[in-house]
Every structure is written in C-alpha cells, then in structure tokens.
Design a protein around this ligand. Structure first.
Ligand code: SAM
Ligand code: SF4
Length: 404
C-alpha cells in the first residue's frame, strides 16, 4: 500500500467508505491469519522503571506511585493459570527495571519453558544485546518493543535517553555536559539518579531515536518473533507522522503490531497542554477510538500475516465493544490480564485502565464469552505469527532495519 493511500484513509471520515476499509482488513485477517482469536496471558511483573517517558505513569519521576515487583513464584503461579485457562502464550511485561536482571529473567524463562507448553513473550524495555541473547537462549520466543513514533524529533522529546545513552547533542543545560544528575537541555528533564541506572551500557554514539529500531534489528537477528507499534494521538503527532509509522510497520516486516490510543496521565509531563501543545493547523492526530480502528485496519493491510491485538488501551476507550470492533477490523489477538489483583491498579500506565478490578478468572470468562458471541473461536496452541515462518523460510532475517 502506498503512503499516499494510507494518508487518505487516515483522513477519511465517511462511514460508508470506512466500511470498505473495515471489510478489506477483516477479509485480509481471515485470509492470512484465520478466524481464531489468540489469547495472550499478560503478567505485569514490575512497575519499577528507570525511564522518564513523558507519557507514562510508570516513569521514574512519578513519585506518587507505590512500586511493586512480583516474585518468581508469583509469576509462575500466573503462568500456571495461563495453562489452566488454555492460553498459548504468557507475556511478561514491566517497566525498565534493572532489578529484573539478566540471570533472573533467563532463569524465569527457563522455568516457564520447562514446566509449561507456553510460548514466552518478553516486553521489558530497552535491554542490552547480551541480555536479549541470553533470554533467547533460555527459550524466550518473542519480544515487544514499540518504537512509539517514527518522528525522531517527537520521539526524542517524549522519550528522553537513559543517562548512559545521552550523546553529545543532549548536553546538560546547567553544566554543558551529560551526567546522571543534570538537567537535559533538549528534553528539559532531569536524568535518572545513578543509583537506579541499569548496569548495561549502550554506546552513546547512537541517537536515542534509533536505539529502539536498532534493538528491533538485534531481536530479529537473534531469531525472536519481533513486535512493535505506536501510540495514536501523542500531542504533536501529525497525520503525516502516523502514515510514516504505518509505512514503517511494513518495512520492518513485523511479526506482531501493537497500537493503541495515547491516554493522558495527569502525573506526566505530556499532560501539561501548555508544555506539550498539539500539532497546529488541524494536523494533530486525535487519540480516538475511530483513529485506532483505522490504524489496526491499515496495519493489517501492510502486514497481512502479523499478529495484531485489540489492546487494553482500546478497551479503556470503549469498554462496551472496543475489543470486538478491533477484532472485526483487522485484529486477531486479545491479552487477558493475569496480574494478581493486588498489583493491577499499581501498573497505572494511564488512569482508568480497563479490567483493573477483575481477576484472572473473570478476565478469562469475559473474553471467552465475547469471542464466542462474535462467532469466533479462541486460538489453540501457541499462535505463532505466520509472518515469522514466512520470513525465516525466505531467509530475510538479516534485513537491515537499524537506522529506520
Ligand atoms: N517498559 C516497556 C516499554 O516501554 O517498552 C514495556 C511496558 S510500557 C508500559 C508498554 C507500552 O505502554 C509502551 O510501549 C507505550 O506505548 C504504552 N503506554 C505508556 N504510556 C501510555 C499512555 N499514557 N497511553 C497509552 N499507552 C501508553
Ligand atoms: Fe518505563 Fe515503559 Fe513506561 Fe517508558 S513506557 S516509563 S520505559 S514503563
């Protein structure tokens, strides 16, 4: 699909014409990934995070948040529930938490693989190449890391570099240098205190906006199923930016694509509308339900074999039938939450997140009933992405994506 066509769809408001987009996406989904809805049990391991992402409630700067980190036994109990509920995959997600060490995650992955038939997806942020390699060797199957936006300037504003990733073009406003306790001239934020910095270091020569793309290349070379995605409606994100994002999904040949609306968290810098104005001249992408469906549908058309979830953020905007509409407009995955109820509300990326008051059991029952009511079936087995099989067979795993 040409970028110009993507852009036309993003601007489209006519319901009759949009019905055509929904139909194309639904037919493509049926043809390439079938009618099953794969269930991924989500475990939110830890809400500790060293990062200062301007949009996220887990950011290190949010001191009002009570922090937690689950024990291995608690995580294994969640994996046991995933098996009991018939899910094929467990997704281990967290803030960028240095206490989740390489060895600890490797041991956990090995335990899950030894004791269950589950596929393991990791979503632990920007981690060192050696760690990613060790987790893959331990048996991890997939890794999710959204590039958030392909607009590099916007990305670097909303996602300041880790202290050890600062490069000479992000000098401190106070000292003219870059060190862990100083005020970044570019982002206006203070870096993370050295005491909570991760031990692993990436070369400071890489521009922050390309680090995630470089990691996606590494994941691919290591043989992971690779997932990425964006938020929709970040203040300052234009229709052109979003069209670039969708085009990039295709160029990256993603196996999994996660997209969802940006939802304001009051204790984050992006919530300040004066500091973070919207794009001018009517070019700002709305963080709306409709725009989310469009991006899901277009993602399906540019990456027909990818696994695409109807996300929790979408269900947060429309608890009634947001997931169902996502599933008939290109999505084929849902992610029932397995995080123990006492931790759920603390994994507050944004307020009023869907399903925080539920248990693993009620989420499982609710989603199974919704899938059945749609005349679809829950997926059996691991639900690997057909895209992964195709690209591994066609040996395109060396595609160079590091520079974006
Ligand atoms: N720390 C890991 C990372 O950043 O990749 C994984 C956890 S992070 C909470 C998962 C995703 O949540 C991010 O990639 C981002 O797109 C999304 N997210 C964070 N804050 C959000 C917000 N305010 N609205 C919508 N999505 C948000
Ligand atoms: Fe941390 Fe991820 Fe939130 Fe950024 S998006 S603050 S890395 S949890």
């Amino acid at each position: 699909m040409q970028r110009s066509e993507i852009l036309i769809w993003l601007w489209e408001t006519n319901p009759a014409r949009l019905a055509d987009l929904w139909q194309q996406a639904d037919q493509t989904r049926q043809r390439y990934v079938g009618g099953e809805v794969h269930l991924r049990g989500l475990v939110e391991l830890s809400n500790y995070c060293v990062r200062l992402c301007g949009y996220c409630g887990l950011r290190a700067g949010n001191q009002g948040l009570q922090r937690y980190r689950m024990s291995d036994d608690e995580i294994m109990a969640c994996a046991g529930k995933a098996v009991q509920f018939g899910y094929g995959t467990v997704v281990l997600q967290s803030g960028e938490d240095p206490e989740l060490t390489c060895d600890r995650i490797a041991g956990l992955v090995r335990r899950i693989k030894a004791e269950t038939p589950l596929a393991v997806t990791l979503s632990l942020g920007e981690r060192d190449d050696d760690e990613l390699a060790a987790w893959r060797a331990a048996g991890a199957d997939r890794y999710l890391l959204r590039f958030e936006t392909s607009n590099r300037t916007l990305y670097e504003r909303i996602h300041p570099p880790r202290a050890d990733q600062c490069s000479p073009h992000t000098p401190c406003a106070e000292t003219g240098q870059c060190s862990p306790h100083t005020l970044c001239a570019e982002t206006g934020t203070r870096s993370v205190p050295a005491t909570i910095r991760p031990a692993t270091i990436r070369p400071a020569t890489i521009r922050p906006a390309t680090i995630r793309l470089a990691i996606l290349g590494t994941l691919r070379r290591l043989g992971y199923e690779v997932g990425s995605g964006v938020m929709i409606g970040i203040p300052g994100q234009t229709y052109d930016d979003l069209a670039d994002d969708i085009e990039l999904f295709g160029r990256l040949g993603l196996d999994m694509i996660g997209v969802g609306p940006y939802l304001r968290h009051p204790n984050t810098p992006l919530a300040d509308r004066d500091l973070w104005p919207e794009a001018a001249g009517g070019r700002q992408v709305p963080a709306s339900e409709l725009m989310t469906y469009k991006v899901i549908a277009l993602a399906r058309l540019v990456c027909p074999r990818a696994n695409i979830p109807a996300t929790t953020a979408l269900a947060t905007l429309n608890a009634h039938d947001g997931r169902e509409l996502g599933l008939v407009r290109g999505a084929n995955v849902v992610m029932p939450n397995l995080t123990p109820p006492r931790y759920r509300a603390l994994y507050e990326i944004y307020p009023d997140k869907a399903c925080v008051a539920e248990t693993g059991e009620t989420c499982q029952q609710c989603l199974s009933e919704r899938i059945a009511a749609m005349g679809r079936k829950p997926g059996r087995g691991r639900g690997d992405s057909p895209n992964y099989g195709v690209r591994v067979v066609s040996r395109d795993s060396d595609v160079e994506i590091a520079g974006g």
